[in-house]
Design a binder for this molecule. Structure first.
Ligand SMILES: *Cc1c(COP(=O)(O)O)cnc(C)c1O
Length: 379
């Protein structure tokens, strides 16, 4: 089955009771048993729920994996990955990282004796130089948020395999429409499904997908033990969102290209970060591991002024000033004061998150309207 069919049918079967084409919303916490243990595969909805199961099968299908898991949020999914580790273990992570992941690593899991190294991952030798006998996980985000750096997943997986380390990839920005980390050698793929997978800015959810049966068993154990699971209503909305993932991503990528090129030619713009440009430092890797370049773009205005950046995001009318990304509607954000405010100023500026940086999540509106909106705001 090809990707554009998997988003609609992958892992799905019609409802056994009445043939409903969409999986019903099984709004139930528990299931009748005929005799103790005599049930139809479902006992309690923290452990399993048929609507969530349909969604987990869909997650696995679109990521070319064997086992899918749904969580109450992207952070609950990452939390589960780190709980695979124990005190004394070490993690090598991208330094240009989603702010919430950085907070979870440094403020929560550091307390439990897990050590994190935040490094630039522009080449695999650098990753390898941080490996020691305690290293258990390499955590990669690509494209990175918000600097749109590209990390070579295949090269990172070679380091991981040579040292018997897990490789996890946060695939939120790319989605499996653009990039399939398991095919490139990753062990775990993670999503904030809140973003492109859901696609309509109406659900908060996370996902993990793996191939290995033992790893899947450990994750299922943690998912049930900690209980950070989504309900059936949200699972249904997510399934509905995924059905249009391929056509949305196609349009996000088309609009993204037009807007990246418009910004790059604008006299008031200093720099545009978008992996589709040949001048992007890792464009070749992006071209090799991604099928297109998506609709996430960051840019800095000339003069690097905080005030100018704030003025622009306040003036935008079609782009909504908001946290988050990946919905059908265009959003603009100011990372230094919004998504990345939890990262200390010196730390974030090292990776390029300066005060004048603006991040766009280009939606699927008519691109002429989006350009006109940017034009009136940038001036
Ligand atoms: C939003 C986001 C997360 C966190 O996901 P939530 O669903 O908000 O918990 C993690 N990684 C990336 C790249 C994100 O954009």
């Amino acid at each position: 089955m090809k990707f554009n069919t998997k988003t609609i049918h992958g892992g799905q079967e019609h409802d056994k009771a009445y043939g409903a084409v969409m999986p019903p919303i099984y709004q139930t916490s528990t299931y009748a048993q005929s005799t103790p243990g005599g049930h139809k595969g479902f006992e309690y909805s923290r452990t399993h729920n048929p609507t969530r199961k349909a969604l987990e099968n869909s997650f696995a299908s679109i990521e070319n994996g064997k086992h899918g898991f749904a969580f109450a949020s992207g952070m609950a999914a990452i939390d589960t990955v780190i709980k695979l580790l124990k005190p004394g273990d070490e993690v090598i992570s991208t330094n240009d990282l989603y702010g919430g992941s950085y907070r979870l690593f440094t403020k929560v899991f550091s307390k439990y004796g897990i050590k994190f190294h935040f490094i630039g991952m522009d080449n695999a030798d650098k990753i390898a130089s941080y490996v020691n006998e305690n290293t258990k996980l390499i955590w990669v985000e690509t494209p990175t948020n918000p600097m749109m750096n590209i990390i070579d997943i295949k090269a990172a997986s070679e380091v991981a395999k040579a040292n018997n380390i897990l490789l996890g990839v946060d695939n939120t920005f790319a989605t499996p429409y653009l990039q399939r980390p398991l095919d490139l050698g990753a062990d775990i793929v993670m999503h904030s499904a809140t973003k492109y997978l859901g696609g309509h800015s109406d659900v908060v959810m996370g996902a993990l997908v793996v191939n290995d049966d033992d790893l899947a068993e450990e994750i299922a154990f943690l998912q049930n033990s900690s209980g950070g699971v989504p309900g059936p209503q949200d699972s249904f909305l997510m399934l509905r969102g995924i059905k249009t993932l391929h056509i949305r991503m196609q349009r996000h990528s088309e609009n993204g290209k037009v807007i990246a090129e418009y910004l790059a030619s604008h006299p008031k713009i200093e720099k545009v970060y978008w992996p589709g440009f040949e001048s992007h430092p890792n464009h070749d890797v992006a071209k090799a591991q991604m099928d297109d370049f998506g609709g996430m773009i960051s840019f800095v205005t000339k003069g690097n002024s905080y005030e100018d950046a704030i003025k622009i995001v306040e003036k935008l009318k079609i782009f909504t000033l908001a946290e988050s990304l990946g919905g059908v509607e265009s959003l603009a954000g100011h990372p230094a004061s919004m998504t990345h405010a939890s990262i200390p100023k010196e730390e974030r500026e090292k990776t390029g998150v300066v005060d004048a940086l603006i991040r766009l999540s280009v939606g699927i509106e008519d691109v002429d309207d989006l350009i006109a909106d940017l034009e009136q705001a940038i001036g």
